[in-house]
Ligand binder design. Structure first.
Ligand code: PMP
Length: 365
């Protein structure tokens, strides 16, 4: 017996870790910095690290209480009902739950191109088909309601990534509101705010909850993660905040105990540590500014904890940077050839990335 025919399903290409790269090149891991996966340069919140250690003795129990506590803390953070919070195994898990709850065979989702690959992978596993709207490089990946509506055709879920990975562009709340207005009643607009903490504007939850002058609405959901600003990518924790009418579906679609005891306890500690998030955001904004000012190539304006750089032969540049100890992301896997994405790091990491990239661009010219 073999697996079924999975040739239509592409594998997720995760950025490679330092250990893996060092082993392959026969070098010492200490020679490398990794700025390829938009992770937190300061690591996890110290409070979360303590919580993880303290949870060790209780991991023999199922995470029911921790799950409820974290759900309540997230709900309080956004002033929504507990039932609207769908905890999951990373933002990726929340993407799965939304597709499980939304998609019937042959329903479609509409996703940005270039964009985050997992939306499409997940939809295909949940009986859906994938359609794309173009974010134009020549228009600096500008996101308006019209950019999406040009390609919209009654799709069940419309994904908006704001800030967008890999470009860092955002969609203004007024535009998201108009997009939801112009799509059918059967369509849910999901705003993926995985990088929301690094952006200037308010969360799209302002729209759903009717804050900041908007009327409340029931056709937008928001996705968030603990992987970036909270520094917990390794524990796998994220969530969706869904409209009231979707609340009941969670119990029917989630994997039992959707987030682990370790993840929930770490998340609870992290969500109470504003100082760590503020420090992280400050470092990332500083790094973003330095990279935009000092890299000798076009760097797009970004609201995420990363920048997209137009380097020409991205594969050659990324490989050469890696050989010189700086691991960055070649964006060919996003359907965006010619560009690399560099994660915002500490001052030292940023300095090394800028210096290395400029030297590589010079040498390859
Ligand atoms: N959305 C976007 C746009 C992302 O870039 C990522 C992570 N790369 C995710 C969601 C999911 O992140 P996680 O599963 O680590 O929460």
């Amino acid at each position: 017996m073999k697996p079924r025919d999975l040739s239509d399903h592409v594998a997720y290409e995760a950025g490679r870790g330092i250990e893996e790269v060092a082993r392959e090149l026969g070098r010492d891991p200490s020679e490398f910095v990794k700025l390829a996966s938009n992770e937190n340069p300061h690591g996890p919140s110290p409070a979360a690290a303590v919580a993880i250690r303290e949870t060790a003795s209780s991991v023999s129990s199922y995470p029911k209480a921790a799950h409820a506590d974290l759900t309540a803390a997230v709900a309080e953070r956004w002033a929504v009902d507990d039932e609207q919070v769908w905890l999951a195994n990373g933002g990726d898990g929340a993407i799965d739950y939304l597709h499980r709850a939304a998609l019937e065979p042959d329903d479609t989702i509409l996703v940005p191109d270039p964009g985050f690959a997992y939306y499409g992978m997940s939809a295909r596993f949940h009986h859906g088909d994938v359609r794309e709207y173009a974010l134009e490089r020549e228009a600096d990946f500008e996101q308006t309601a019209d950019t999406v509506l040009e390609s919209y055709d009654g799709d069940r879920i419309v994904w908006v990534t704001s800030p967008h990975n890999p470009s860092g562009s955002t969609m203004a709340l007024e535009e998201i509101n108009r997009l939801a207005d112009e799509t059918d009643e059967e369509t849910l607009v999901v705003v993926d705010e995985a990088y929301g903490e690094f952006a200037d504007g308010e969360s799209a939850l302002s729209l759903t909850e009717g804050r900041n002058g908007f009327d409340a609405r029931d056709d937008i959901a928001v996705l968030r993660t603990f992987s970036k600003a909270y520094g917990l990518a390794g524990v796998r924790l994220g969530y969706a905040v869904v409209p009231d009418a979707w609340a009941d579906a969670y119990a029917r679609v989630n994997t039992p105990f959707a987030a682990s005891e370790l993840a929930c306890r770490a998340g609870l500690a992290a969500i109470g540590d504003d100082e760590h998030v503020e420090r992280t955001v400050e470092t990332s904004l500083e790094s973003r500014k330095t990279m935009r000012e000092e890299i000798d190539a076009h760097v797009w304006e970004s609201e995420g904890n990363f920048v997209l750089v137009d380097v020409g032969d991205a594969t050659a540049v990324a490989e050469e940077m890696q050989a010189r100890g700086v691991i960055v992301r070649d964006c060919s896997s996003f359907g965006l050839p010619g560009c690399i994405r560099i994660t915002c790091g500490t001052d030292d990491e940023t300095g090394r990335a800028v210096e290395t990239l400029n030297a590589v661009l010079d040498d390859l010219a």
